[in-house]
Design a protein around this ligand. Structure first.
Ligand code: ZN
Length: 265
């Protein structure tokens, strides 16, 4: 049986998002350079869109409650509530004790991909992010532009936090545009070249005030290698959209879990 009764999840306001999307206008833009990271902000009720530009490129996304970095994207619970890969209508849930939708996916131009013969799909919440520690463990090389480091530098630049504090806020990502799965025989995490092409995008609705960070992975399309400078890499674009006034009537910002937090104590 499926572990969670996901048909009991609160409804995702699809009709409201569709109405609001028709009127929305772009109010801000951030370009993430290749092998680097940038932060962006989206207020509750705004949309943000991540677009491939110039060439096929995978992105690693972190999200936080803009008022409290302690509440952040919970990839493991998102995987349990939705699936190993996410698309339109799925939500990105926050860490405990918040456990609320941070964002809802409102459009995905790669939804046609589905599942391939190897069991691969796009936009996974099963991988973590490439990081210099694992790279050092496996290769003995210090590489400074892994997604973990790119996200750390982005958060330092945006918040002014010291690097060692900012690093603690970096968490398991949504692997935007990445094509991954588990091998049939050994159940190991695999990646293959992403089908993303310039113009493809994934779009989200911000359910609370959000701080985001996006890394343009040094793996590029993740078809060959990562954690090095050998793969062609391209920028990613993040756009923030504001819907017209009145189009969100009936929508309310997400509230934190109603659990009292006693833990039997
Ligand atoms: Zn990466």
């Amino acid at each position: 049986m499926v572990c969670y009764k996901v048909d009991q999840l609160p409804p995702n306001n699809a009709a409201i998002y569709e109405r609001a999307r028709e009127s929305m206008t772009c109010i801000d833009e951030v370009v993430v350079p290749p092998r680097d990271g940038r932060c962006f902000e989206a207020r509750a009720g705004q949309f943000f869109r991540i677009t491939s530009v110039d060439g096929p490129q995978v992105g690693d996304l972190n999200l936080w409650n803009a008022e409290d970095l302690g509440e952040r994207f919970f990839s493991g619970k998102t995987r349990q509530l939705h699936a190993s890969h996410v698309s339109t209508g799925d939500r990105l849930w926050s860490s405990l004790p918040g456990l609320r939708p941070l964002a809802t996916i409102t459009h995905d131009t790669l939804d046609w991909y589905g599942w391939d013969r190897d069991g691969g799909g796009v936009h996974d919440v099963i991988g973590t992010r490439c990081d210099p520690y694992t790279n050092h463990l496996l290769s003995g090389v210090d590489y400074e532009h892994c997604c973990h480091s790119n996200l750390t530098r982005a958060l330092v630049a945006h918040t002014g936090l010291p690097a060692h504090e900012a690093e603690r806020h970096i968490h398991d990502v949504l692997n935007v545009f990445m094509c991954t799965g588990f091998t049939h025989d050994t159940h190991q995490y695999f990646m293959k070249a992403s089908p993303v092409r310039p113009g493809d995008f994934i779009e989200f609705f911000a359910e609370i005030d959000l701080l985001g960070a996006l890394s343009a992975c040094p793996g590029g399309d993740c078809g060959s290698s990562h954690s090095d400078d050998s793969t062609p890499c391209y920028p990613l674009q993040v756009e923030i959209f504001e819907p017209a006034e009145g189009t969100l009537d009936g929508w309310h910002t997400a509230s934190a879990s109603g659990y009292r937090g006693n833990h039997g104590l």
